[in-house]
Design a binder for this molecule. Structure first.
Ligand code: FES
Length: 158
């Protein structure tokens, strides 16, 4: 059972604001990692907005997720510069190595795979980010070697 006490505390920090729902959801997601059904139901109850409306906001904006994400979020760029520098092959190799489609999370909860728009690092394309770390000049082999390091790190910290 999820502890929902923080939902109430977060909502209280926005009391008196005009349209705080998006800020509330952002803070709640930061607190709980994602917006579960239970958490969204609690938000709807506390702010007195229909749950369907809350779901509408939570599923419309890409910054929100209603599913748990992995410990390491891999964001692969496939925009123009990365694309012409073989990001497609890099991405394919990552998908094969992890056994994931886009926006999926490994069953062990270690990795989530996503696409991202240009990271502003086209000079070192193709590029991926893992959480806050950036990796450029990728090849399929280099990308897998990086993921192997993260896998070991994830197991060591488990
Ligand atoms: S296009 Fe990928 S970093 Fe710019």
């Amino acid at each position: 059972m999820q502890d929902l006490a923080r939902v109430d505390e977060i909502i209280r920090t926005y009391e008196g604001e005009r349209t705080p729902l998006i800020y509330i959801l952002k803070d709640v997601q930061n607190e709980y990692g994602y917006l579960s059904d239970v958490v969204l139901t609690e938000v709807a109850k506390k702010v007195d907005i229909p749950l369907s409306e809350i779901y509408g906001v939570a599923t419309f904006y890409s910054l929100f997720t209603t599913k748990p994400k992995g410990k390491y979020i891999i964001r692969c760029c496939n925009n123009a510069s990365c694309h012409v520098n073989n990001s497609k092959e890099v991405l394919q190799k990552i998908r094969e190595y992890l056994g994931l489609e886009m926006n999926e999370t490994t069953s062990c909860g270690t990795f989530t795979l996503e696409l991202t728009s240009c990271l502003g690092l086209c000079a070192v394309a193709p590029v991926m980010m893992i959480n806050d770390e950036v990796y450029g000049n990728l090849t399929p082999e280099k990308a897998v070697a990086i993921l192997k390091d993260y896998k070991m790190k994830g197991q060591a910290n488990a």
